[in-house]
Design a protein around this ligand. Structure first.
Ligand code: PMP
Length: 471
């Protein structure tokens, strides 16, 4: 399928009726908790690479990519071939956690990609097929290994929807998890941003751990995302990540890197921790490792492997098709240098978006790493008014006034941009603390022309959505 403009607006009546009928039945029958389906009223029927074709006959450029799952886009030939090979071989599709040649090959390929220092001593636990289950496994693993209970996690984090993962995510208020500031430039909680803001965040972490009256017991582990995705596309500075590694190592606290979204080349390195050279004790992996099918694992250093048999069980831990698709994806990303490609193209797209921000006061910030990109929409009309959560004009901390004052988030405008994008045949996701960040997670395989088409459509959508707000 060629990636071109959306198909003509005039679609056949039959297409239209099928499309409307499916959407109507969905909203009548599916849960009130459904999510993406609300903002994206499309009915995908075919897909290839960056492109999805809807039941309405229209074509869309898909920058949601299954919430960052599709490193190679939809239905990549190497993925389809790997799946067909398993189907044609007569191999069992469901094997619990038994050994199979397909699983053996997946594990070999995955271990080959791991950061040196972990790869040599790695153990893998196959989990239930969602990222959140691998997060649960990681938390359980370090609690068992350390005999401690508490956990360190970060403001704005997202680790999943099961109880333990939710507890460690930004929206939770659980006392078992101590919340630490995640460094960020635009909405720096200390009003500083940059390296100084990250340094203050690191010192706060250190002091919580060392102050015997901080109210924080020595934890079982620290869990972090090297780039917060759902939190609004916030890349952790490399220095800060190295500080977290040093702080945790010095206190024998296992460091868990949640690379569910950042892994497999997405940020410009195969694993996002590699930008900083940090070697975590535990890595949580899902999404792209299954090559578009459900798969989740936790990988960790062998000395942590002291939990008993059955400590983390589950029926669906042996999805052979996902392992085959995943192994093919990992190998393809590695052999074709797609991480490097994501780094180069992502940097170019960020530069382009920053020049767009200069023209649009409603773009408060543009940030990202590799092909994990966020555009934060704000309300420029409120430039002089008070704003929830924004820093005061001067703070008296390290370098007052260094980072520009953030404007209030504009979630309604972001939703309008998402709708205008869809109208133009571009699927984007929203994220961030206030759902005011437009997120781009395109496949790592996109061409320069496709990147340009994405940016054109996004620019048009922002212009259209911002018009009434500019007065
Ligand atoms: N961790 C991170 C960093 C994520 O982005 C997500 C999903 N967006 C999860 C964990 C949870 O994964 P799942 O939705 O597959 O449970």
């Amino acid at each position: 399928m060629a990636v071109t403009e959306p198909a003509p607006a005039a679609v056949s009546a039959a297409h239209s009726a099928a499309h409307e009928g499916i959407l109507r039945r969905q909203s009548a029958r599916e849960s009130a908790a459904r999510t993406y389906a609300r903002a994206l009223p499309i009915v995908p029927v075919r897909a290839r690479g960056l492109t999805i074709e809807g039941a309405d006959g229209r074509r869309y450029l898909d920058c949601l990519s299954g919430a960052g799952t599709l490193a190679l886009g939809h239905n990549h030939p190497v993925v389809l071939e790997a799946i067909r090979k398993v189907l044609d071989s007569g191999a069992p599709l469901h094997v619990l956690d038994l050994a199979t040649p397909v699983k053996d090959a997946f594990t070999t390929e995955l271990f080959r990609t791991l950061p040196r220092g972990l790869a040599d001593r790695a153990r893998i636990q196959f989990c239930g097929p969602a990222g959140t289950d691998a997060v649960e496994a990681a938390l359980k693993l370090v609690r068992t290994a350390t005999g401690r209970d508490g956990m360190l996690a970060f403001t704005g984090a997202y680790h999943g929807m099961t109880a333990g993962a939710l507890e460690a995510s930004g929206g939770a208020t659980d006392v078992r998890v101590a919340r630490l500031p995640y460094p960020q430039d635009y909405r720096c909680p200390f009003g500083i941003g940059g390296a100084d803001g990250a340094e203050v965040a690191a010192r706060w972490t250190e002091s919580l751990l060392d102050d015997t009256k901080s109210g924080v017991l020595r934890p079982a582990g620290m869990i972090l995302e090297p780039v917060q995705g759902e939190g609004g596309v916030i890349p952790a500075p490399d220095d800060w990540l190295r500080r977290m590694r040093a702080i945790t190592a010095a206190r024998s606290i296992p460091l868990i890197a949640d690379e569910v979204q950042t892994g497999v080349g997405r940020t410009g390195a195969f694993w996002a921790v590699e930008h900083s050279g940090v070697v975590p004790d535990v890595m949580v992996l899902s999404k792209a490792i299954g090559g578009s099918l459900p798969l989740a694992v936790v990988v960790y250093r062998d000395d942590l492997d002291v939990w008993p048999p059955g400590a983390h069980a589950g029926t669906f831990r042996g999805n052979q098709l996902a392992m085959a698709a995943g192994a093919a994806t990992l190998a393809y990303v590695r052999e074709n240098g797609l991480a490097e490609r994501a780094g180069v193209l992502g940097a170019r797209m960020l530069t382009h978006l920053r020049s767009l921000a200069a023209e649009h006061p409603c773009i408060g910030d543009v940030r990202g790493r590799g092909l994990m990109i966020g555009v934060e929409l704000v309300n420029p009309a409120a430039a002089d008014g008070p704003e929830p959560g924004a820093r005061p004009a001067t703070t008296g901390l390290l370098s007052p006034g260094r980072s520009p004052r953030p404007l209030p988030p504009a979630p309604e405008l972001a939703a309008e941009v998402q709708r205008e994008c869809l109208r133009r045949g571009l699927i984007v996701e929203l994220g961030g603390r206030h759902s005011s960040v437009v997120r781009l997670l395109p496949p790592l395989t996109i061409t320069d022309e496709q990147a340009a088409a994405i940016l054109d459509r996004l620019a048009d959508a922002i212009s259209a959505a911002a018009r009434p707000h500019h007065g």
